[in-house]
Design a protein around this ligand. Structure first.
Ligand code: ATP
Length: 662
């Protein structure tokens, strides 16, 4: 395409509005703009400067600007805390919101009467102030108070609605990383509410500039003291319409500048990515985050509303996978440990408790906030702070725990390199793909060096390759730091690779608890039985010249030939799990020849027939039990029964080798 023909990519509106909406919108614009055009056409433009040079006009303009500035200062001082409070859920918040919005519905003159009745010489508070020599009514202070009364609701309601519709969970994520309330306010709440704050301030300022009725009633009309622009315009209109028009057009111009200011806020600057140590070598770098000692976890208690009643102990340094159906209560367990959800309060005798490192985190009279538990929780939504760089996101935990900036950045760079994201360090948090955000979230959780790390399906959003990479990083890092970890997952491979213990939950209860291979070999529940649909044999890897991975099973070997990506590379002596489906196993009465097949002797331990297929359980020489699924005719032809010997031929091409937790 010739260069001169290029005009950038064309924009597609994926959900165009119906034409009648556009027509009504144009009519709306006309309703707002036409009166201004009408006024503009009457303004004596050539005499504008001389009309604005009179003492009255200058006094009014100056007073309007001063009082507006003072009122906005008060609005910000009172309105921001009010909006922060109203944006939270507490008993009576709805009533409070209505009260705050009430001045919007009052005619300004009624607002003036209300202010006079309260702060006037004989008012509720004014009379008491008079006694100590303070008089508010008919002073510049009264002008400011009138402006605050009518403008504050604009600021509060704009800010409060923006706060309530923000990305949820950012403040919780910051608190879980160890930040106290003031740090969360300064680093997360304040920056994310800036656009709404600017818009609310502009609206409030516009309302202050245009305020008339309340000011006239409460403050009167003294030139230089209380006569603002709107009052001056009203007076001039009676005697000199040219001055009124000149003042009016200046007021419109000032208002347009104030409101327009928020529409054209400066563009965000992209920072150049910073160089990072060894970005190409994920999982090799072992960051020296200030590790806190791993802590044990004890949960015993219930949440009746969710039908959840759990008794679980995790030792310090243990890595536990938690599996179960949707709604089984896995995320509830994560939230209870992280401190996002409290156990039910019951009688003292029945009251459950959560202990982390032996310290009571939830129990009679105690409910520690997330930041004081030393627990990092990483969920499917990694809740990356969009307004910060990736580097600052990952360095957030160390900073919250008091690390100097330089050290926090170094830890962050190392953790990013460890998850293979060093090249993203300079990006903003809201410029990441889902998979990148998951990796950065993991780096951030690890950088906080928690005593307990909870991972609630952190790899669910990743593609197969990235998932394998993150799993490997996770396994290596957990092994290096010895951090206690609880991994909620739906993927049995996840569980096998990372965890040494598997807990199965069902209907809010722990129903199975043991080693992954132990549970899969002899499942006690339907869920584990279905999980056990895969065969899994663990062992120490032997890698031959053809890059085939095998593990010893009795006197023979089971071989996997599935290609592994670089992330899954397995070396001689690594602990591995060989995973294969029951369909990959063929059964024979006599040993069969041929390669590449693994041929393992076994004894029939059980037989099940469903839908014309027979599942045969065979116990191998090593004592492990595997499943084979064959057709009914093939089973009949075999003519063996429980207790008989047979040979299991397993195609190496259908066996997958994955690194396994020790
Ligand atoms: N905010 C909530 N309020 C009330 N009940 C809830 C809430 N969140 C979850 N529950 C209920 O608590 C129970 C356990 O849910 P939980 O989210 O812990 O399950 P899960 O095992 O994590 O499920 P999934 O695999 O779908 O994530 C479910 O019955 C669910 O409906």
């Amino acid at each position: 395409m010739p260069a001169e023909g290029r005009r950038g990519s064309r924009k597609i509106d994926p959900a165009p509005l119906p034409a009648w909406i556009a027509i009504l919108a144009v009519v709306g614009v006309c309703a707002l703009v036409l009166p201004l055009l009408g006024m503009g056409q009457r303004v004596p433009w050539t005499r504008l400067a001389s009309l604005m040079a009179t003492g009255e006009a200058r006094d009014a303009l100056w007073l309007s600007l001063r009082s507006c500035l003072a009122a906005i200062g008060v609005d910000l001082l009172l309105g921001v805390p009010l909006a922060l409070l109203l944006a939270r859920d507490w008993r009576g918040v709805r009533v409070a919101r209505v009260v705050v919005l009430l001045p919007l519905s009052l005619p300004p003159v009624v607002a003036g009467i209300a202010l006079l009745a309260t702060f006037g010489r004989r008012g509720l508070i004014g009379a008491r102030l008079e006694v100590v020599g303070v008089s508010i009514a008919f002073s510049t202070v009264a002008v400011v108070m009138a402006q605050v009364f009518v403008s504050l609701p604009f600021l509060v309601t704009t800010l409060e609605s923006a706060l309530r519709t923000r990305t949820p969970g950012l403040e919780e994520a910051a608190a879980a990383l160890g930040a106290g309330p003031s740090r969360v306010l300064a680093t997360i709440t304040a920056p994310t509410m800036m656009p709404a704050l600017a818009r609310g301030t502009a609206l409030a300022a516009a309302r202050c500039l245009g305020e008339f009725g309340a000011t006239l009633t409460f403050a009167g009309s003294l030139q230089g003291t209380t006569r603002t622009m709107p009052l001056e315009i009203y007076l001039a209109r009676e005697t000199d319409s040219d001055t009124a028009l000149a003042l009016g057009v200046v007021l419109v111009a000032v208002g347009a500048v104030v409101v327009g200011f928020t529409e054209w806020t400066p563009r965000r600057r992209r920072r150049r990515p910073r160089p990072a140590p060894d970005p190409g070598a994920p999982s090799v770098t072992m960051p020296d985050a200030p590790a806190r000692p791993a802590a044990s976890v004890l949960v015993t208690g219930q949440i009746r509303e969710r039908g959840w009643d759990v008794d679980l102990r995790v030792d310090a340094g243990e890595v536990v996978a938690v599996m179960g159906h949707n709604g089984a209560g896995k995320s509830t367990l994560a939230e209870v440990i992280a401190g996002l959800l409290g156990l039910d309060e019951l009688d003292r005798a029945e009251q459950g408790e959560v202990r982390i490192g032996g310290e009571l985190a939830d129990g009679p009279g105690t409910l520690l906030p997330p930041r004081r538990r030393g627990v990092a929780l990483l969920t499917q939504q990694p809740r990356i702070f969009g307004h910060m760089s990736v580097l600052d996101n990952v360095g957030y935990g160390p900073r919250a725990h008091g690390a100097p900036r330089a050290r926090a950045r170094r830890i962050a760079l190392e953790e990013l390199a460890a998850v293979g994201c060093a090249d993203l360090a300079g990006r903003r948090g809201d410029e990441l793909s889902g998979g990148q955000a998951a990796r950065v979230g993991l780096a951030r959780a690890l950088a906080a060096a928690p005593s307990v790390l909870i991972l609630d399906e952190p790899t669910a959003a990743l593609d197969v390759e990235s998932r394998a990479g993150v799993q490997r990083v996770l396994r290596d890092r957990l092994a290096a730091t010895g951090t206690t970890a609880i991994l909620v997952t739906h993927d049995v491979i996840d569980a096998v690779q990372v965890a040494t213990r598997l807990v199965v939950m069902d209907a809010g209860r722990v129903v199975e608890d043991g080693t992954p291979s132990g549970l899969l070999a002899s499942p006690a529940t339907g869920f584990t039985a279905r999980l056990a649909g895969v065969n899994l044999i663990r062992g120490r890897a032997s890698v031959d010249r053809d890059r085939l991975v095998s593990v010893g099973v009795g006197r023979r070997r089971l071989t996997a030939a599935l290609p592994s990506g670089p992330e899954q590379a397995i070396a001689e002596g690594d602990d591995v799990a060989l995973v294969f489906g029951p369909e990959a196993v063929a059964l024979h009465r006599e040993p069969v020849a041929g390669s590449p097949r693994t041929l393992l002797p076994g004894v029939v331990a059980g037989v099940e027939e469903t839908g014309g297929l027979v599942t045969v359980l065979a116990t191998l020489e090593s004592g492990e039990t595997i499943r084979a699924r064959i057709t009914l005719p093939a089973w009949t032809e075999l003519a063996v029964g429980v207790g008989d010997r047979l040979w299991c031929a397993i195609k190496a091409t259908q066996v997958r080798a994955v690194p396994a937790a020790l």
